[in-house]
Design a protein around this ligand. Structure first.
Ligand SMILES: [Zn+2]
Length: 427
């Protein structure tokens, strides 16, 4: 049994259009986008659009909110922040991870995020017990958010260095142990809303031969593969010292990279390596608020030259607003390049391109398929209140730009996953 909704404006993939009716079938999928059937519900003063897909999160880092922003000994860095993050890791038990993750996912839903790629590496309470992965699936199920749990391979504490201290909670001792854990976890999935993906944490976290072995097996199994790449200059310097090449170059030379691969950050990647990455069809995931908070740097303009496969992530979850991630992807480029309009679609539109990255781009990274409100897609969508203070009665023609450059989470009135309401208005 399907229901048909018509709002004032609905996102079609090309822009917001009027006269569009969204049908949701009994399996929680979009049946048709334009229907002759009279709407069962008329949502006046509202707009509908696909939910945002957050391609990169570490939910437990939500527990650092409000910490690490005092600098009594002068400026800090990513590496001093990492020590604080390890302090948090050491303090966590299963209940605390559940509570923080649940809170984090709840906050994501309120920001219009209907699906999260949770890049998860805190596996153990005690050495090798693998007690903490299933907790993330439970927290996501409790909130109702769709999740791709991206299970991380983490074997070394730096290139050629053993794991120490809190890092022992991340330990994976062999590819065989990793795939056994992957298999066990697959038995806990809710098939309607949960899936698994593969991760090697970074070039720091695994010997190159094991990295290649895990990636090849992920391809054989047809699961997506994510990895942190070139977030910090130090990572590049260490890689050049150890292997004679930066991480991205090594990956391009040693792995068979394709569209199932996502490189997270690429903050300091050279233009030539970026071009080579995109030529394979792979994705790059940028996390503008976290990269600003951690002082990582600004990604190279070459990222935005064409219609590359880009996605966005909330990463450390220091602030959860996908609208803000979208506008800061563009704003960082404006500040760095002293010009306006860098992240653009083929028609020179910035907000529309940013919405495409935040929805279809994330879905491409997490499951290899574009995600919008097309027939057969999951009915994961959000309802925008056109009367919100930050919008002020938009008429549709300027809605995308007003939303991305002017609005906040207050404009997101209802959030639906598989046609089921998680937050906001009745319906
Ligand atoms: Zn990350």
């Amino acid at each position: 049994m399907s229901r048909v909704i018509e709002a004032d404006w609905t996102w079609t993939g090309a822009g917001f259009e009027s006269g569009i009716r969204l049908a949701i079938d009994g399996d929680g999928r979009c049946a048709v986008l334009e229907s002759d059937r009279e709407p069962d519900e008329r949502w006046n003063g509202k707009a509908l659009m696909p939910g945002f897909v957050n391609a990169h999160s570490h939910a437990f880092q939500r527990g650092l909110r409000g910490q690490g922003e005092h600098f009594p000994r002068g400026s800090g860095s990513f590496w001093t922040w990492r020590e604080a993050m390890y302090g948090l890791v050491e303090s966590l038990d299963a209940d605390r991870i559940f509570e923080i993750s649940r809170l984090c996912f709840e906050e994501m839903v309120r920001a219009g995020i209907t699906e999260v790629g949770e890049f998860h590496y805190v596996h153990h309470l005690r050495e090798g017990d693998w007690k903490l992965d299933e907790v993330l699936l439970r927290a996501a199920r409790d909130v109702g958010i769709r999740i791709s749990l991206l299970l991380a391979y983490y074997r070394s504490g730096g290139i050629g260095k053993p794991l120490t201290g809190a890092q022992k909670r991340f330990d994976v001792r062999s590819p065989e142990e990793y795939w056994n854990a992957f298999q066990r976890l697959s038995e806990h999935l809710d098939p309607a809303t949960q899936s698994l993906g593969c991760v090697v944490h970074s070039i720091r976290a695994a010997p190159l031969d094991e990295l290649a072995e895990v990636h090849a097996e992920a391809r054989r199994r047809g699961v997506v593969f994510h990895m942190h790449v070139e977030e910090q200059r130090q990572e590049i310097e260490d890689s050049v010292a150890a292997f004679g090449a930066p991480p991205m170059r090594l990956l391009l030379e040693r792995l068979e990279i394709d569209s199932s691969f996502t490189a997270v950050h690429c903050t300091h990647t050279s233009p030539a390596d970026l071009r080579a990455l995109f030529d394979t069809g792979a994705n790059a995931c940028i996390c503008p608020l976290t990269e600003a908070n951690l002082g990582d740097g600004i990604p190279p303009t070459g990222l935005f030259d064409g219609k590359h496969a880009l996605a966005l992530g909330t990463d450390s979850n220091a602030r959860i607003s996908f609208l803000e991630e979208m506008r800061w992807l563009e704003y960082a480029q404006r500040l760095a390049g002293e010009r306006r309009g860098v992240v653009l679609d083929g028609a020179g539109r910035s907000a529309e391109r940013l919405i495409e990255i935040a929805t279809s781009g994330g879905a491409r990274s997490l499951r290899g398929e574009a995600r919008d409100l097309r027939p057969g897609a999951p009915a994961d969508f959000i309802c925008i209140d056109l009367g919100a203070t930050s919008l002020g009665g938009e008429d549709g023609t300027r809605l995308a730009s007003s939303l991305v450059f002017g609005a906040g989470n207050d404009a997101i009135e209802g959030v639906y996953v598989g046609g089921r309401r998680l937050h906001g208005m009745e319906g």
